[in-house]
Write a protein that binds this ligand. Structure first.
Ligand code: 13P
Length: 127
């Protein structure tokens, strides 16, 4: 599966910690991420994440485009619910296209764990 990993700035430490906890499952998949999130995951975990543009520079839209073409199978997005983002329209577009295309989306740590566990149970998130 191709899984997108995204975290807003205040959520990046939590994303790194969560990714370490689930590293073996995540490593069995093709991982993409927005620029800064992907960079942190590459530097601070054993994972290899293909970095797209940074979120505010269009990275969320790049992931949305992969969803449209059927190339991205799940999105794990640790959103910061307490901070307004300058690229809120891009974020809304990504969340919307997940719903339009029926792509599983987790927007916080608890739902991310549930989503990944569900994918493993379905036999599609680890080899
Ligand atoms: O802003 C983001 C998602 O909306 C995340 O982008 P970065 O990973 O580049 O910080």
């Amino acid at each position: 599966m191709r899984i997108a990993l995204i975290a807003h700035d205040d959520e990046k430490p939590s994303m790194v910690e969560w990714a370490k906890e689930h590293e073996s499952i995540l490593a069995a998949n093709d991982l993409i991420g927005t620029g800064t999130t992907g960079g942190r995951l590459n530097d601070e975990t054993g994972l290899s994440v293909t970095r797209l543009e940074s979120g505010p520079l269009g990275g969320d839209l790049m992931i949305g485009a992969e969803i449209v073409t059927g190339d991205c199978d799940a999105v794990i997005f640790f959103r910061d619910p307490m901070t307004a983002q300058p690229h809120e329209p891009d974020i809304s577009a990504l969340l919307r296209i997940c719903d339009v295309r029926g792509v599983p989306l987790a927007t916080n740590r608890a739902s991310a764990t549930a989503l990944l566990t569900g994918l493993v149970d379905a036999g599609s998130a680890e080899s």
